[in-house]
Every structure is written in C-alpha cells, then in structure tokens.
Design a binder for this molecule. Sequence first.
Ligand code: UGA
Length: 433
Amino acid sequence: MRISVIGCGYLGAVHASAMAELGHDVIGIDVDARKIAQLAEAHPPFHEPGLPEILASATASGRLRFSTDIADAADAEVHFIAVGTPQQPGRPTADLSYVDASFEGLLPHLADGALVVGKSTVPVGTAQRLAERLASAAPHASLAWNPEFLREGFAVKDTLEPDRLVYGVADAEAADLLDRVYQAAIDAGTPRIVTDYATAELVKVAANAFLATKISFINAMSEIADATGADVTALADAIGHDARIGRRFLNAGVGFGGGCLPKDIRAFAARADELGVGQSISFLEQVDQINLRQRQRVVHLAEDALGGSVYERRIAVLGVAFKPDSDDVRDSPALDVAVSLKGLGADVVATDPAGIENARSRHPQLTYSASVEDALRGADLVVLVTEWREYRDLDPEAVGGLVAARRIIDGRNVLDPGQWRAAGWEYRGMGRP
Ligand code: UGA
C-alpha cells in the first residue's frame, strides 16, 4: 500500500520504517529538515535498537522516502498522524497543536478514498472533532484512530509484532484498509479490536494509566517496606506469582518517566475534569505524586549516605535516560535526581551510554562523562538511576578500586545487595533492608 507517516520522532520514524519493512511504499514527513536529512541517509536521529537496520534496508530498497513537504504525501492511500502531544508548559493538558497542524496541512492533499489514521495519544473526543472537520473539508476521505503501544527500546519489535491492534473507526471500509496495512500481523493471529473513536482513544490512555498505577503501587509498597524493614523485591515476586497481578511493571525504584506515562496520566485527569467526571480518576493525582516522591527519596538517601549533606561531595550518577536502551531524557527521573543533587551543591558527574547529548542540551550546568570509569573515579557516592545492562553488570570489586568511598544507592533495585556488601560497600536500595 502507499502510506504516509506524518511526524518522524520516536513513534513516526519507527512506524514508517516498519511499514516499509512489511513491503509498503512509505513516505515519512516532518517539519524538521535536519531530522529528515538524517533519516533519508538512513541515520536514525535517536537511539532505538533495531531501527538502524530496518531503516537502512527500507531506504536502500526505495520503499521508504522522506520529505519536509506534506504535498509529497498526496499519493498515499493511508496517512498516519504520528506527531507528539507533549504536556503544555505549566498545565496538565496535552498540546494538540502538532496534531491539528499536520491534520490541516494534509487536508488539501487527500486523494479520493484516502484514510487518515491518528496514532498520536490524544484526549478523548479529539478524533470525533477531526472527523467532523474532515466531513466538511474533505468528505471524500475518512478517519480512523489506531493507538500505538510501542515501548522505547523495543519499538521495532512492538510495531512489527504488536500484542494487539485497536481500530477506532466509523465504518467497515476504514477497518478493511487498516487490515490491509497490518495484514502480516493479522495473519500471525494478532488480536484485533474494532471499536468507536472514543474507545480507541481511551484504550491508549487507560493502558498507560494502568501501567503508571502499577508502578506507583509498588513504589508505595517500597515506602512501607522502608518503614518496616520488609523487602519490596520479595514482596513483588510473591504477589507477582498471582497470575491476576503478574510480576511485570512491579519494579520499585526511582519511578516512571519519559514522554508518555507522566504526561498521559496528567492529560487524562485533566480531560476527565473537563468532562465533569474528574473524581473517577482522581487517584491518578496520587499516582503522579507517589512517582515524583521517589525522586526526592533518592536525593534524601544520598544526603543520608553522606552524613546529612551532599554539599561539595563527589557523586557519580549512573544514567540520565528515563530507561535503558533509550536516549530519551524527557521527564527522566534519573536526570531529575542529578539536577537536584547538583542544586544542593554536590559535585555531580553523570554518565549514560546514550542520553548524554540530550541531557546536556536540557541541563548544560551538569558535568557529564561518557566513560563510566571517569564518572566513578574519586566518587564519595555512586547513585544508579537507570538500569542499563553495563551498570547492572558492574563488578563491585573493580568499581571499589575507582571510588573514594564504597557507598552506593541502587535507585532501580537491580544490584545484588549481598554481593556489594561482601565487597565492602555500604548499599542502599529502595524498600530493601
Ligand atoms: C510506555 C508504555 O509502556 C507503552 O505501552 C506505550 O506505548 C508508550 O508508553 C507510549 O505511550 O507511547 P515507554 O514510555 O517507552 O512506554 O516506557 P515504559 O517501558 O512503559 O517505561 C516507563 C517508565 O516506567 C520508565 O521510566 C521505567 O523505568 C519505569 N518503570 C517501568 C518502573 O519504574 N518500574 C517498572 O516496573 C517498569
């Protein structure tokens, strides 16, 4: 099929490459000329495992092209809108200006029978509003909402082998067109839910709200564990064996961040307020507060470890990305911790295998080191806040030879406390005795 993908960020660039990988003829559109130039040369503008390979093969085959001119999308039968919906500055609501601008930009170029497919995460009611606009401005085209559930770090796999497909549609033709796009996944038996616009929009935010709640639940348990001497990791293992609960997303630590979970729960709560049903999901405010408290908890643990103050003490912060296998630092708990410690007068050196460039553009006041050894050298305290494989695998003996004092805060509960203590380290986890 001929497909356009409007917006080539973390979502759109992967979607465009994956659709080409499936054999479709794809054009990716973005207003950022630098990003488009990089993608056209098969250089992903961000870190995503597996993307370089499919981007290279798709551009080489000629099935994937990129442009800054939305008129180049005119040929497509299906147009995916994959632009960002960030939180508005100083407000909990989502900024829909990129969705609206790309939608309006597309209107004059829609061919007869074209399908516009929203992938961006939007407040419920957005699709209905856009469908009404389409009905008056381009009645020969139609609209579907097809939320995306990909996780950064696994985005290629999640797109090529999704665990479910959700179509919010107004007619059967739209569902048939989407079936043709996703034929490979459908043939592989992927569950497919065909529903209305509002449900499709809500599925996305409900899923993220549930995941955020699960993480904040275990983090709340970790606070109780700290107060009682209990072990939150053993607790998570034990309750996770109950299939109704499940062990995934029950890792206590510095909490969730990124470009999705934090802003999605805030925008969802704000939208519920607008609809007059704010009370129904007012618990999401608690979920948000528990989550933000974890960042402060790590800072307090650091103060405690250093005898009450971090002022002028050398602290190595391991990780700035919001999670491993990503260079994304949006609303990153790790970066927040580094910035708070620096604000308290600590001599912070932060390191990360992929996120330093993005972190530096947001927080140039921090000192960064690409080398974990250099970050660790002379440190009075080590704070692990993003669980990259290379940090999980650190050898406490070898690291002990670099630091000034063997003190570590495991902000992701991924190290073996017994092993670190046996090597002479003062170990502090989150909700672990
Ligand atoms: C999330 C969802 O998982 C995806 O399904 C969704 O498609 C995506 O948002 C989106 O809305 O586009 P992502 O933001 O890539 O994906 O990251 P997650 O893997 O969900 O992790 C979010 C945060 O939670 C990370 O900071 C991670 O460290 C943290 N987390 C995760 C925990 O603190 N504990 C856990 O047990 C799991």
